[in-house]
Write a protein that binds this ligand. Structure first.
Ligand SMILES: [Zn+2]
Length: 165
């Protein structure tokens, strides 16, 4: 049993699954709440989880579980502050919103904005691709630490190389 989302459907992409527009989606559309299991563990991590702040993560259910990353996404996640009836803060709701007009059949993507220590190479192929699946503000730190690692790795080699005569 599942309530079908009127906007999106899960489809196949070359490396797994993706989320696609079932119909034309106007910019600014709230595509629905990303539901799932809220996990209260600061160390929790998975390929799909969404950081809700503090120690909370959301492990999303289908269809939004299959949102893929793109450095130029057409959607983004919004955290909605929620309060219980007595006014105390409840876990935030996550909603997906269309950043652009999206044609029917197009894949919906978000910017994962991972931290530098979890970054992997990005193959999204967009013109603005950062080369890494990483948050824009974490990119300088990532590139610096990569450059440092490359220098370290090449040092012993340089020392043992024979001196040119
Ligand atoms: Zn990219």
């Amino acid at each position: 049993m599942s309530t079908a989302n009127p906007w999106v459907m899960v489809g196949k992409v070359t490396f797994g699954k993706g989320v696609f527009a079932k119909t034309t989606i106007p910019q600014g559309t709230d595509l629905g709440q990303v539901t799932g299991k809220v996990i209260d563990d600061a160390d929790y991590t998975s390929a799909y989880c969404i950081d809700l702040g503090d120690s909370l993560s959301l492990e999303p259910r289908t269809p939004f579980r299959y949102l893929n990353h793109r450095c130029e996404p057409n959607c983004s996640l919004h955290l909605l502050e929620v309060v219980y009836e007595d006014g105390s803060p409840a876990p935030s709701e996550v909603h997906l919103e269309a950043l652009l007009d999206i044609p029917e059949g197009a894949e919906l993507t978000i910017d994962y904005q991972w931290s530098a220590d979890g970054a992997i190479k990005c193959l999204c192929g967009s013109d603005q691709c950062r080369g890494w699946v990483v948050a824009m503000e974490e990119l300088p730190q990532l590139l610096k630490s990569r450059a440092r690692a490359a220098k370290k790795a090449s040092k012993p080699k340089a020392k043992s190389a024979p001196k040119p005569r």
